[in-house]
Design a protein. Structure first.
Lengths: 159, 181
């Protein structure tokens, strides 16, 4: 994906997030508001677990949205705000966890599994092809028997 | 060799089975606290009983204590309360953080149900709650005599949970006793 597409995607996600939350007062600048929407879409509610902060109605999600607004107005960067929440609620709050020793499996296992699956697939296809080539044409007697069998099947099928 | 290959699906199944079986016992709502081995965050908050007084993190110096997060709006806290009263009677120091509550209702609760808390302070807007990583109530932290958090339990503390916490508590208490002159 190109950079522009990523931005567009985030913008669309943020748009849906903004509809889910009704805040009393908007942030002081449009730039902060945009960053706020991205942040609450990417941070997870610790109470309701499978919702982000934007979608959750839990009181703690409202509190954390307030905290993020406060930190944004204080001029903190997105990374600082994420770190602020991780320090209090753990890595759990990140929907996009950092690449670190305990998340290596999370990040790379899917790729490794797909690669292993492809290797197995290639091996199976090759094996299949080799055995197909190895199979010899039928001898005349075998061919005759096959034809007889097919004929008898056809006869049985007719009423 | 060919025969061994036949066992690969069985091996995969067994490995998956072990992981899934382990998953059954685990409660996904139980998050590890990010504050283990870190000091109780700095705060200055009003005392629940006497709103003119303020309390701060120095409360946790000099004794091993439990920090209990509660509120009158929290049904599970009502379930937990009698056990806290029991714990306090057995000599465990419990410090209460009245979380996002009405002070008047909270004081009445302590009159009606008994007061197991050494001290109670109010976190009305939940700011200290965020610093502590609180996401509901009740939550209980085990804090050593230097004010460092060693254990966190989310949910009701009852006899079963206390049996898990007690070894930590005893160890911290022993560490504190060794330091006492």
């Amino acid at each position: 994906m190109t950079g522009a597409r990523v931005v567009l995607l985030l913008w669309l996600l943020a748009g849906s997030a903004a509809q889910a939350v009704i805040e009393i007062a908007p942030l002081s600048t449009a730039e902060l508001e945009a960053r706020y929407r991205v942040l609450i879409a990417e941070l997870r509610c610790p109470k309701c677990q499978n919702q982000n902060l934007a979608d959750s109605d839990a009181p703690i999600a409202a509190d954390l949205r307030g905290e993020i607004r406060r930190l944004l107005e204080e001029g903190r960067s997105d990374d600082e705000i994420a770190a602020h929440l991780v320090a209090r609620y753990g890595d759990f709050v990140l929907y996009r966890p950092a690449v670190q020793p305990n998340t290596l499996v999370l990040w790379f296992a899917p790729g490794v599994l797909v690669a292993v699956g492809l290797l197995v697939l290639v091996a199976v296809i090759r094996h299949h092809r080799r055995s197909a080539v190895a199979s010899r044409p039928l001898a005349a007697a075998e061919q005759q028997r096959l034809d007889d069998l097919l004929d008898s099947c056809e006869k049985e099928d007719r009423p | 060799m060919k025969n061994l290959k036949l066992f690969i699906p069985l091996a995969i199944f067994l490995v998956l089975g072990v992981f899934l079986l382990r998953g059954l016992d685990r409660d996904p709502s139980e998050l590890p606290s990010a504050l283990i081995d870190r000091p109780v965050p700095a705060f200055t908050l009003p005392d629940l009983q006497d709103g003119t007084q303020t309390r701060d993190q120095s409360l946790f110096q000099g004794q091993v204590s439990l920090l209990n997060v509660w509120g009158t709006w929290c049904v599970a806290c009502r379930v937990e309360h009698p056990f806290l009263v029991e714990l306090a009677a057995s000599g465990v120091a419990i410090i209460g953080m009245n979380y996002k509550d009405e002070p008047q209702a909270a004081r009445q609760w302590l009159v009606d149900l008994g007061n197991p808390y050494q001290v109670n302070f109010e976190d009305r807007d939940g700011r200290l709650g965020i610093d502590l990583g609180v996401f509901g109530a009740p939550e209980t932290y085990l804090v050593d005599h230097r004010g460092v958090i060693h254990y966190k339990h989310v949910g009701v503390v009852d006899a079963k949970v206390w049996a898990q916490m007690k070894p930590f508590y005893d160890r911290l208490q022993a560490a504190r006793d060794r330091e006492r002159p």
